[in-house]
Ligand binder design. Structure first.
Ligand code: NDP
Ligand code: MG
Length: 339
């Protein structure tokens, strides 16, 4: 680590030499490497609170806000609840401001929920319930915070020795002090693929989806697979089609159910090989949709209209889901094709 410590020794020179983004990334990297530096940052940083993995939120109209709480306020509240301040060291580093003020996430699951809610005037709300009403900055911050807190909660012991493993202060790893094994937070990579035959796109639904919602095909990567192989396998497994070509779109950390890294692709099948053979173990339904139907679904948003025959008009995932972005891209691309 060539840059280790430079920020602390010459902060003004450092700030002049580097862009805000580089400065922030180097600062965060130092906090992950150095517990003493991280401890100082905890004493001047701000905190996002959780209770058994539900974030602390305040509702303003139809939106949820995730308030940042200062360490002083937390210490005061801990004093009132007769809780040891050491609990602050259980927090995990989740980012920093442009001015390099560190953000931490702290789960206060050991304290009484209602007492903290009335102390800070808000409520611990399931992330799934609030996710789509959070603003563009809070949603990814809270979802990575929740993933990190969950990983620490479920990885308390060394799987080789059975001994407790200790978190570094930033929460970027845990170490077994009997054999030196370092455990890093794990992610599950999953692909999500919007299949097209050139004029229509294929959307599917699992039985667990809200009524009427259709999405792109998704599936977890198997060990040893490339992402391209996962796309081809999942499309073959779930709808019985063979992918002819594919291209990458974007990626997204997805907190549900247990947090995965979604890697999004567009894929094409040959127009003459489009007969869907759906795997009923994984999907409830899958169909080809025309451009007009998809445009109408995007316009309608997450409102599932019950039709006279008892079926629901279909709709697509909300705008922060990467599936939505894939569908939007497909629509744009179709609309730009000369007729
Ligand atoms: N952001 C977005 O726009 C969207 C995100 N998604 C997400 O994509 C992810 C994958 O989609 P899904 O269709 O469910 O995946 P799959 O098609 O791979 O099917 C899920 C099944 O795979 C098995 N599985 C294999 N590896 C894992 C793992 N690492 N974690 C969990 N289950 C695993 C489980 O089966 P078993 O229990 O039998 O072992 C599970 O029930 C989900 O997390 C889903 O929430 C989906 C659609 C849209
Ligand atoms: Mg799937």
């Amino acid at each position: 680590m060539i840059y280790q410590g430079v920020y602390r020794r010459m902060p003004s020179l450092w700030c002049r030499l580097h862009s805000t983004y580089v400065k922030k990334m180097r600062y965060l990297s130092e906090l992950k490497e150095d517990d003493v530096f991280c401890k100082q940052a905890q004493n001047s940083g701000t905190f996002y609170l959780f209770h058994n993995l539900s974030p602390f939120l305040q509702k303003v109209g139809s939106k949820y806000l995730a308030p940042q709480i200062s360490v002083a306020e937390i210490k005061m509240a801990l004093g009132r609840f007769k809780e040891n301040e050491k609990i602050i060291e259980d927090s995990v580093l989740i980012g920093c401001s442009d001015e390099c003020m560190a953000y931490f996430a702290l789960d206060l699951g050991s304290l009484e929920k209602s007492a903290i809610e009335s102390e800070f005037k808000g409520s611990f709300t399931e992330l799934r319930k609030a996710f789509f009403q959070l603003d563009g900055r809070d949603a990814p911050l809270l979802s990575s915070a929740q993933a990190l807190l969950r990983w620490h909660d479920t990885h308390q012991y060394c799987s080789k020795t059975g001994q407790p493993i200790k978190k570094n202060l930033a929460g970027s790893k845990r170490v077994c002090h009997t054999n030196g094994i370092i455990y890093y937070p794990q992610m599950s990579p999953a692909v999500i693929t919007l299949v097209s035959d050139g004029s229509r796109c294929l959307l599917a639904r699992q039985a667990s989806f809200p009524k009427g919602m259709y999405s792109a095909l998704a599936g977890f990567c198997d060990v040893g697979e490339t992402l391209e192989e996962t796309v081809r396998r999942e499309v073959a497994e779930e709808v019985g089609l063979e992918v002819e070509s594919l291209w990458y779109s974007a990626s997204q950390h997805w907190p549900f159910l247990n947090s995965s890294l979604m890697i999004a692709y567009h894929a094409r099948v040959q127009p003459q090989q489009t007969k869907i053979n759906i795997n009923k173990l994984e999907l409830e339904a899958a169909s080809w949709f025309s451009l007009e139907e998809v445009v109408e679904a995007l316009r309608r948003g997450a409102k599932s209209l019950k039709q006279e025959n008892g079926n629901f008009s279909f709709y697509v995932p909300p705008k922060w889901a990467i599936a939505h972005q894939l569908i939007q891209e497909w629509v744009k691309q179709q609309q730009s094709v000369p007729v």
